[in-house]
Design a protein around this ligand. Structure first.
Ligand SMILES: Cc1ncc(C[n+]2csc(CCOP(=O)(O)OP(=O)(O)O)c2C)c(N)n1
Ligand SMILES: [Mg+2]
Length: 351
């Protein structure tokens, strides 16, 4: 059986050259994403993860490469990740210990145990956590891009949407707004072949997500989502175009969700041979590694050093937070509404 066709629809501009240091940095984030998720699986099996665990196995390349194409640093570009964009968050500067604390709902986590996994923000650092309602981050990020435009700031937004998420109304409303307003926004459609257990052919009648964007007058390309270089170059092109005031751009990445929707899902509905093919011959980390080594772009010893460094970092972060306390019950309400609760607002106390 052949891998599903990728059908690139436009030439990806060449020449977005990456230095050896940048390639090593990309490799570091690829490895960090995978190793951190593997650690989270172990913690999940020990019942230390609270709530679901969502893997990005097989999709690390597109997350890391697209975020890497942004301007990073304080008050630069902003992205909004989905649950499978751990790699994007790490590239933007989220720390492994923050991710571990979020997943374990620790009192010292960025949301103090109120929210799980990747639902947290650091706007200065450049990420706006997803809310769970699929599609809703498209108009929210269009709003952020509009604020960049109105203030005359040379900043760009990047927002991700799953193949399933493109069936929501807000995706279409947000996309149309971004097109009409020529907003500095890049929308990345992740065609990973599943939305829970629903395959694309039961989700929409178009072949490519890019067709949906073209319907709103938005330039759109389809690229191989497991090719780190192709995703980086396509995103870099779209980001620079948006920064020059040319408006929103849509990039579709063809990839594959190699695990179930979350760790509880045994993906019994996924054909085993297809899964095997994607993992054996189209793993984004393997492909990146083979390419940089074959072209002598980096030294193998440097990659090995990064593997070791990542293992140590993930071990240290786990050891540092695994025994931290969960939040106390009375800390649940402050911060949920604008005003902290008081004797007057805690109505149930008087019942
Ligand atoms: C509006 C809305 N409908 C349904 C859900 C429940 N839900 C959460 S994830 C998901 C599947 C998402 O699939 P896709 O957009 O393809 O993203 P993927 O999981 O493949 O990354 C669904 C249906 C939701 N969160 N929001
Ligand atoms: Mg999907």
């Amino acid at each position: 059986m052949a891998l599903p066709a990728t059908r690139p629809t436009a030439a990806v501009p060449a020449g977005a050259a990456l230095s050896a240091d940048q390639l090593l940095e990309i490799y570091y984030y690829l490895r960090l994403t995978r190793t951190l998720e593997e650690r989270l699986v172990a913690l999940y099996r020990q019942t230390k993860v609270i709530g679901g665990l969502f893997r990005s196995l097989g999709q690390e390349g597109e997350s890391v490469a697209s975020a890497y194409a942004l301007e990073r640093g304080r008050n630069q570009d902003i992205l909004s990740p989905l649950i499978r964009n751990l790699g994007s968050l790490l590239v933007m500067g989220a720390q492994p210990i923050e991710i571990l604390r979020q997943y374990m709902a620790k009192a010292g986590s960025p949301t103090h145990g109120r929210e799980l996994n990747v639902h947290f923000n650091d706007l200065e650092q450049g990420y706006l956590g997803q809310i769970s309602h699929l599609g809703d981050m498209i108009p929210v990020m269009a709003g952020i891009a509009l604020s960049f435009k109105l203030r005359g700031e040379p900043r760009v937004g990047l927002v991700y949407i799953g193949d399933g998420g493109t069936s929501t109304g807000t995706f279409h409303e947000g996309l149309n707004l971004a097109a009409v307003q020529r907003l500095p926004l890049v929308v990345m459609g992740e065609y990973n072949h599943w939305a829970y257990s629903t395959p694309p052919e039961k989700q929409f009648a178009v072949k490519d997500l890019a067709e949906k964007a073209k319907g709103y007058g938005i330039p759109a390309v389809t690229v191989d989502g497991n090719d780190v270089f192709a995703v980086y170059e396509a995103t870099r092109f779209a980001v620079e175009r948006a920064r020059r005031g040319k408006g929103v751009h849509f990039i579709e990445v063809k990839t594959y969700r190699r695990k179930g929707h979350a760790e509880h899902d045994d993906q019994h509905y996924v054909p085993k041979d297809v899964l095997e093919l994607w993992s054996k011959s189209n793993d984004p980390v393997d492909r990146f590694t083979q390419r940089v080594l074959a072209a002598d772009m980096v030294a193998e010893a440097d990659l090995k050093d990064i593997d070791d460094r990542v293992r140590v970092e993930v071990d240290q972060a786990t050891d540092a937070c695994v025994n931290e306390p969960l939040p106390e019950g009375e800390t649940a309400l402050p911060g949920v509404y604008v005003d902290p609760p008081s004797a007057d607002t805690l109505w149930f106390k008087s019942l």
